[in-house]
Design a protein around this ligand. Structure first.
Ligand SMILES: C[S@@+](CC[C@H](N)C(=O)[O-])C[C@H]1O[C@@H](n2cnc3c(N)ncnc32)[C@H](O)[C@@H]1O
Ligand SMILES: [Zn+2]
Length: 295
């Protein structure tokens, strides 16, 4: 699937259109440049660093946490979620029309890969933009999704994306900048958000040092996106998993617990025998449209 030769990007320094150097699309990813001469080189793994200024104080996932996320997701346990997400995106495609998807907080790019594969079966004109603040994550994401434009940026800053340029935004367990999402989404476009529900991974949460999920997260999700977005529909997905000790350790380590416990400590807690191999993931997928007042 070819990327668009004109990705809908804008320069984080001056706001002018940002294009691949020399107009190249896939063949020669060297740098993104704007008409004012600002230039952002591609890292050798293929993502561009658009981080400018001070940005949000942020504890980035470590390379080890990202490796654990990659390994766990690659095991396919969350495939039903990825398929539901892809279906929610693909249902917004109008046959014969180009489609642009933005994955915000893309992590290792796992879900975007499934979305892109589904889009590829539906349309031959598709552009994907992947954003994350973690270079460790983007190294994986850029390799997994070479046809996407992977950008290091802080989603709490103005996004390096043109106004009304995006048909669908996906956000899976990642921060949501409602005002900026509303600016870049085209009228009629959709924002697909995946969040955990109460009881998500409860069987291992306490033992493995993970955060538990509060009951009112859903209300807070809608509030955090208001007044820019309104929920159109919600789908709950429960996935029962029987995991090996190594998968349990990856699952715990890839989340917030990885910031304060090392993998060996987590593996030791799991190895002590108190942790059940039977774990339930509880997700909520919510599709939002732009609120009428913002269109
Ligand atoms: C829990 S991970 C989810 C990753 C991916 N969506 C997935 O489900 O596999 C959250 C991601 O959001 C990214 N992130 C957190 N804060 C961010 C920010 N301010 N700007 C951009 N990305 C951010 C993290 O680096 C991380 O990759
Ligand atoms: Zn510029």
């Amino acid at each position: 699937m070819p990327s668009s030769p004109r990705p809908p990007l804008r320069c984080p320094l001056c706001g002018a259109a940002l294009k691949p150097l020399g107009g190249a699309a896939d063949a020669a990813r060297l740098a993104l440049v704007c008409g004012s001469g600002h230039s952002f080189d591609a890292a050798k793994q293929g993502y561009y660093n658009l981080l400018v200024g001070k940005g949000t104080v942020f504890e980035s996932d470590t390379a080890e946490m990202v490796a654990a996320r990659y390994a766990f997701l690659d095991g396919g346990h969350y495939r039903p979620l990825a398929d539901a997400l892809a279906a929610a995106v693909v249902s917004g495609v109008t046959p014969g029309e180009a489609f642009t998807v933005l994955d915000s907080g893309t992590g290792t790019g796992h879900y975007l890969r499934v979305v892109l594969d589904a889009l590829q079966r539906t349309t031959n004109s598709c552009t994907a933009v992947a954003l994350d603040i973690s270079k460790f994550a983007l190294r994986r994401a850029a390799r997994l999704n070479p046809e996407a434009i992977s950008l290091a940026c802080d989603v709490w800053q103005p996004l390096p994306v043109a106004d009304a340029a995006i048909d669908a935004i996906t956000v899976i367990f990642a921060p949501r900048n409602a005002a900026e999402f509303a600016r870049v989404l085209r009228p009629g476009g959709r924002l697909v958000v995946v969040t955990p529900r109460a009881g998500h991974l409860a069987a291992i949460a306490v033992q493995a040092g993970m955060l538990s999920i509060e009951d009112d997260k859903d209300t807070r999700l809608a509030e955090s996106l208001s007044p820019h977005f309104v929920a159109e529909y919600t789908r709950d997905l429960d996935i029962q998993m029987m995991l090996t000790p190594s998968e349990l350790a990856d699952l715990a380590f890839m989340g917030p617990a990885g910031h304060h416990l090392d993998r060996l400590t987590i593996a030791a807690k799991i190895g002590s025998g108190d942790v059940s191999p039977q774990v339930e993931a509880r997700f909520r997928l919510t599709v939002f449209g732009l609120a009428p007042s913002t269109q």
